[in-house]
Design a protein around this ligand. Sequence first.
Ligand code: CNA
Length: 449
Amino acid sequence: MNRSRSSWDKKAPQPPVTRITRSSSSQARHSDPPQNQDSGPGPYGKQRKKQADSALAQDLSLMSVSGQDGVPTSKGQMSKGSSEPVQAAPSSGSRPGQGRPLAFPAKSSSRGGLASVARLVKLGRCKNVVVVAGAGISTASGIPDFRTPGTGLYANLEKYNIPYPEAIFNIDYFSNDPQPFFSLAKALYPGSHRPNYIHYFIRTLHHKGLLLRMYTQNIDGLEKLCGIPDDKLVEAHGSFATASCHLCYTSYPAEEAKHAIMNDNVPTCSFCAATVKPDVVFFGEDLPQKYFLHTQDFPKADLLIIMGTSLQIEPFASLVNTVRSTVPRLLLNRHAVGPFEKVPLRRGDHVELGDLEDTVRRFAEMLGWNAEIEELMRTQETPSIPTKISSPPSVNVQTPCQSRGASEPPVRMETSRSRPGAPRATSSGGEETDSETDSKSSASSCQSN
Ligand code: CNA
């Protein structure tokens, strides 16, 4: 997250660009990079061509949209010709989107996409699942997202006294006036919210040994709280777990920063006296070094699940285009977003629109995982009801000791801001968490029920 050059940039030269900064993007590019158009060996590459008649080939040739009448896009439009689920003909060599648009009878089932992907998982075809998530996975926990009209934080920003919504995450604006962000931070600080069914579904993917990695834009910490281990998680926009000076990057105790912010004080750097902020990535700041795991993960993925994001923030949004072109992608969201706004959809793309918690529950039922998830939630969750944030700035002030539930699993802190001398992120952590142990034991016994 350093805005200045740091030594880890030199030590970790594998990314093609030296700095990846967060940017709000209305120009998100959704074209598939040429290097990802391969159909190399693997379950969905050359091998697949030999199995043109197989169930897998049929599943992959499906392009489906379901869940609602039409396809509301992120811009609030309805995609043309999509009032019914759309199914492309099985691939016969020509690529969908080339030549005349495909017009095939709609699938009889309105739940085709979800069922197709569930089938792939049950067939054992998806063992390296990458999940890409956004604020929509946490709205069921009572945390508003950004862009949902009416309830989203961007619709309620007049209370923060800022000139435009993105100012709240603008580092220069923060430098001048940290109060708008601190007001929002009081609402978003981990502690008053609990993970929901969606988080536990992703944890269950991990338990089954199927989760290659989860990439989240969320800063609420609910992924860790539900037990997704650190080495399976990339918090691409940082987190509140650590804090540091926004100017000189000297680290600062996260709990002290929280205590100050919650009590309307401004934490200041002991070294340069500038304002300290939680290590949440602002626009123009570098993403955490762990983000670069995507260069290994996305080419390896055999299923991409995208949930609860408008895919508006770069470079995160473009990640979804970096899986191999033959890898199925499943969008679970209220609206079609990013490359899923295209008609026709890319071969192997599936869209399931509607309330995310409902959708994920149906998906889990198709997979036969629902009882397990319910049981996991029963054993992990306290009976407390999550607090709804209807008016972000008026959220109750909490002391640090009030903020953590007694049943909260241990949370391993990570340095999300890249610093000189910081250790490079690796795909496997040195320590083994409880849930990793769970994963290994359950992976052998209950793959894809
Ligand atoms: P966004 O732009 O607000 O998009 C959220 C998406 O989720 C939208 O497309 C919604 O339609 C969809 N959605 C919301 N609720 C549901 C639901 N119940 N069922 C189905 N779909 C739903 O948020 P993004 O994550 O795309 O934007 C990235 C920002 C938001 C990141 O930088 C985060 O830091 C930031 N953010 C995070 C949190 C959090 O940590 N919980 C909360 C608010 C904002």
